[in-house]
Design a binder for this molecule. Structure first.
Ligand SMILES: [Zn+2]
Length: 255
């Protein structure tokens, strides 16, 4: 019996035994969770795949507004208030997707599997028609996208654009839930495009070389038909960077 008995009567109280004085501190609680793989699985990411430090460094260095970087972090740590997460924490009566109602609204369903999101991913600049399968998590999908890129600049561009698309999907989903606004894939694509261009123009000038993202975006914005020219356009084609360009020039010649 090594537990000391107090000399005077006093009520029992809860103590946090990971600190010397017994008080709970958020920082210490986070450190304890990080050391405990079971706790990480229970309260952390929705996947057993643990992103590397390089992965997180890339997330936090994206040329995006802080709200978009924070959103991307919450996606990879299962920190979004989806119906499934709210239901698990007894904050929502049921977990089904509020848009399609066909299955629980996980982060993966919200961003990739719900039917209305597919035209967004296909129609956006990334063109990921089938980049996600049902056995993947958002983190695994992100890592697969990053592994498909060979240089850091491309990784930032892919992940940055994916983050803006995800953020725009989340905003549209919230408009549906809270304001009963119809979801519109084209509007989501436009919003994501605007965010990306805004991020490039404000944050990323030092990170991207003039011939990569910035110049490509500027080409999209500045292109005009050549003077006195005849231009044939193929409707429905799509350039890599110009999500606002719905045609592709087949032939341009001076008259
Ligand atoms: Zn759905």
């Amino acid at each position: 019996m090594t537990i000391p008995v107090p000399a005077v009567n006093q009520d029992d109280s809860l103590v946090w035994h990971h600190t010397k004085i017994g008080n709970f501190e958020v920082r210490n609680g986070y450190q304890v969770l990080q050391r405990d793989p079971q706790a990480r699985a229970a309260f952390g990411a929705s996947t057993s795949v643990q992103p590397t430090e390089k992965f997180w460094n890339l997330i936090w260095s994206l040329p995006m507004p802080p709200k978009v970087r924070n959103f991307r972090w919450r996606v990879c740590t299962n920190g979004l208030a989806t119906k499934e997460n709210l239901h698990r924490r007894h904050c929502a009566p049921s977990p089904p997707c509020p848009i399609c109602g066909s299955c629980p609204e996980s982060i993966e369903h919200l961003l990739f599997q719900c039917n209305w999101t597919r035209p967004v991913w296909f129609g956006c600049d990334l063109g990921y028609l089938s980049g996600f399968n049902s056995s993947s998590s958002a983190t695994q999908w992100t890592q697969a996208v990053l592994e498909s890129c060979h240089i850091d600049r491309d990784r930032k561009e892919c992940l940055g654009k994916a983050a803006t698309v995800g953020w725009s999907l989340w905003k549209a989903r919230n408009e549906w839930v809270f304001n009963q606004s119809e979801v519109d894939p084209m509007q989501v694509i436009r919003h994501a495009s605007f965010l990306w261009r805004e991020g490039c123009s404000v944050v990323a000038l030092a990170d991207f070389s003039p011939v990569s993202v910035n110049s490509a975006v500027q080409i999209c914005n500045r292109w005009t038909p050549p003077p006195h020219a005849q231009v044939d356009v193929l409707p429905g084609s799509r350039g890599r960077f110009g999500i606002r360009a719905y045609g592709e020039v087949l032939n341009a010649r001076l008259c």
